[in-house]
Design a binder for this molecule. Structure first.
Ligand SMILES: Cc1cc2nc3c(=O)[nH]c(=O)nc-3n(C[C@H](O)[C@H](O)[C@H](O)COP(=O)(O)OP(=O)(O)OC[C@H]3O[C@@H](n4cnc5c(N)ncnc54)[C@H](O)[C@@H]3O)c2cc1C
Length: 484
């Protein structure tokens, strides 16, 4: 076996989070090895956010064109998937080729290694026969893969995950979507708008079950209006494929058939593949447990979906900023001969003001105002706690809700104006702790609510704000009024 190669940092997995960390550390002058077994950039640009939002953009254009009738004359729409597939292939993914992304990383001074990496004892990472010894740290950004439920027969069928759904060149006539979460609903609506007969089967009693019930209702109604059949409270019991199509049998005997089956029932990290036992970390958990500086254990950080703090690109990017600051802080301390663990500075000790730099400059992760958007039409944006979560935590909850169709802008907008703003406040503190914004621009309206939750803006100040007329976000003012 070759001697280990000494480097400053090894980043395992160059998805959104890992690529950001590796690139910025390399730009800062550290010797960084980035290891990726698949495509640099990860799920988001190739099979996730970017291509799915291109699909949604196209599907929404169709929906808007269909709204011309009654508003602006008449329009004939003939959906065609070819330009969408071509755009994903050519503009988004370079036909699933990461040459540009690799060059982006190496252009910053990083060293790229293609392969599957695992930990190989403290400070060491193995990729095949090569072993790297990291002086300052290892960052794990290995993400998640689809979690496929143990439904009888399913594993033997040619079901789709998000990857096949994104790569599809020719649409099927009919599609079963197992899972009514954000990804399931986004893709179901897209395919339905392109003429596919779509059926969503969800085990829980409502779609988008993590969001407010009012959001589930609006989203379900919108999809039904697009022709999507939605069956909630149906647990899949058996799946079969006869060479032509799929049959899904639910508990209670209901049967659903379609040409294709898309399984979008969540995602899971594969910690068992990472050699965590060689550094004394439990691989039996669902996600890597991290502290508020994304530390897993001495010398190891994690970033992105693998931390289980929210499976969003913006969470991975946010965490990456903290990891970069903390690794650089550790490197400075180590180079200055100070306490590299940062313990002394974190507790206000002398090392914090020493030559190694101050750990107080390293931000701590705070997910109180974590935003999330489901890009259905209408969009479902949410931040912080739902009303139910707040009540479960024993908060003295105050709620306000305003429906968009009865707002000035919603009334003007007419076709496609479904939505609402719902506010959840801590009445004792007089601040918002959660909010939901559903509507044609639900994800954009959300930004004001994120600021309010993040900065704990007093309700009294929010009530004194001037809200531009006639915007969708004026519904925030209406919801505040509904609260008092
Ligand atoms: C259909 C879909 C739509 C989405 N839409 C949105 C959206 O609109 N907005 C949003 O914020 N998020 C969205 N997401 C989620 C987003 O894609 C993820 O949150 C994001 O990709 C997480 O980045 P990551 O770096 O943690 O992991 P990933 O992007 O999964 O990257 C991890 C990388 O690590 C590599 N890897 C794993 N193990 C090893 C190993 N042992 N050795 C070497 N390499 C390894 C993998 O090959 C992968 O490239 C969507 C996801 C999907 C599936």
């Amino acid at each position: 076996m070759a001697d280990p190669e000494l480097v400053d940092v090894v980043v395992v997995g160059l998805g959104v989070g890992g690529e950001e960390v590796a690139g910025r550390l390399a730009e800062a002058g550290l010797s960084v090895v980035g290891v990726e077994r698949d495509l640099v950039g990860g799920e988001c640009p190739y099979w996730g956010c970017v291509p799915s939002k291109m699909m949604i953009r196209a599907a929404n254009a169709i929906a808007e064109a269909r709204r011309v009738d009654g508003l602006a004359g008449s329009a004939e729409v003939r959906p065609d998937w070819a330009p969408v597939a071509r755009r994903i292939r050519e503009e988004a993914t370079d036909t699933w080729d990461d040459t540009v992304a690799v060059q982006r990383f190496t252009g910053k001074g990083g060293r790229f290694v293609r392969g599957a990496a695992r930990l190989d004892g403290p400070g060491r990472v193995r990729v095949g026969e090569r072993v790297f010894q990291a002086r300052h740290g290892i960052v794990l950004g290995t993400g998640t893969r689809p979690s496929v439920p143990p439904v009888d027969g399913l594993a033997d069928t040619p079901y789709w995950t998000n990857r096949q759904a994104i790569e599809v060149e020719e649409l099927p006539e009919s599609l079963l979507v197992l899972g009514g979460g954000a990804i399931g609903l986004e893709l179901a609506q897209v395919f339905a708008r392109f003429g596919v007969r779509v059926t969503v089967v969800e085990a829980l009693d409502r779609v988008l079950a993590v969001e407010e019930p009012e959001a589930s209702e609006v989203a379900a109604a919108a999809l039904r209006a697009d022709g999507v059949e939605i069956h909630t409270g149906v647990r899949a019991e058996r799946v079969s494929h006869d060479g032509q199509g799929f049959t899904l049998r639910g508990a209670g005997g209901a049967e659903f058939t379609a040409d294709r089956l898309l399984v979008v029932t969540g995602r899971r990290a594969h910690l068992d593949e990472l050699g965590l036992d060689t550094v004394g970390v439990d691989a039996g958990r669902r996600y890597l447990t991290v502290d508020d500086r994304l530390h897993v254990t001495e010398g190891i950080w994690a970033v992105g979906d693998v931390t289980g703090e929210g499976a969003f690109t913006h969470v991975a990017m946010y965490q990456a900023g903290i990891v970069v600051a903390d690794v650089l802080d550790h490197a400075r301390r180590a180079d200055a001969g100070a306490d590299p663990s940062g313990t002394a500075s974190a507790t206000g000790g002398a090392a914090g003001s020493g030559a190694g730099g101050s750990a107080r400059a390293v931000p701590r992760a705070d997910y109180r105002a974590l935003p999330r958007v489901t890009f259905t039409d209408p969009e479902v944006g949410a931040v912080g706690l739902t009303e139910h979560q707040a009540r479960e935590r024993g908060v003295n909850v105050q709620v306000g809700l305003a429906r968009l169709p009865s707002s000035a802008r919603g009334w003007i907008h007419k076709a496609g104006n479904e939505g609402f703003v719902k506010l959840v406040a801590d009445a004792d503190e007089g601040v918002l702790i959660g909010a939901t914004s559903v509507g044609p621009a639900g994800g954009e309206v959300l930004s004001a609510l994120v600021v309010a939750v993040h900065a704990a803006v007093p309700l009294a100040r929010l009530r004194q704000m001037i809200y531009a007329y006639p915007t969708f976000h004026r519904a925030i003012e209406d919801a505040l009024r509904d609260m008092s």
